[in-house]
Design a protein around this ligand. Sequence first.
Ligand SMILES: [Zn+2]
Length: 278
Amino acid sequence: MAGLKILSVNAHPHDFTHMAGTLGIHVADGDTATVVSMTGGATTHNIALRDEMAKPVDKRDEKLIEKINREYADQKADEMRNACALFGITDVRILSYKDKLFTIEENPEAVDELRDIILEIRPHIMITQSPYLTGPRGHRLGARDDHSETGFASIEARTLAAIPRYEDTRPTHKIPATFFPGVYFEKDEWDFVVDVSDYYEKRVQAEETYLSQGSTPEWSRKRIGVTLGSAAWGSGAEYAEGFVQEKPFLLPKITLPESLLEQANESEADRMKRVSGS
Ligand SMILES: [Zn+2]
């Protein structure tokens, strides 16, 4: 199906990169992607802030803290927009909630803001964080944090977008499918991986974009090579991104992707060549 609308909801400006190759494939195919970050990530990896906050309260320069946070948030926003652009994504929305800790209790309006975005975009697919802390779809981090709270907010917003609200003139919207990025799960919990071998260099570039997180070219290549290579291992692809389905799909029958059938008829030598990118 062409013309799919994908909504990616993330806690921090860097989080979308974990699915960026997949989004890039869709955008190049004519689908659309909207990427949301709930927070500006102002305190994540913020070294200058850490130094100032390490001082006793009366020694801290409040004006400097404000300036550090503002400049850091601006830098992160630029980095996120630049990273998105690498994958053809232009609809980037950075919401203004505070990170560490973003909670629904303190920010109940976040649910309505996401509901508004859902009713505007009317996505077919939502890729968001898992709100679950335990069980088969449970987040590997195992404790409430910005990621799981983002999951709660987006799942709640999804539910509310499908329910009529009397004063709302917009039609309700039901999102057909929800996925969680595989990086927050153990690999044996993944439901599928997407072959992003063609987007490997872009994933490395995207990682390098986040200078605010101390990314260097060497470190970016290492990180992406190891994580995407390990995600692909055993699948027959060189590099991949993993996903967890929120729940099983209803299918008309068992369907197999073309690539799986082709792989079955491939020689072992060809397979090893492909997986090693040679
Ligand atoms: Zn994050």
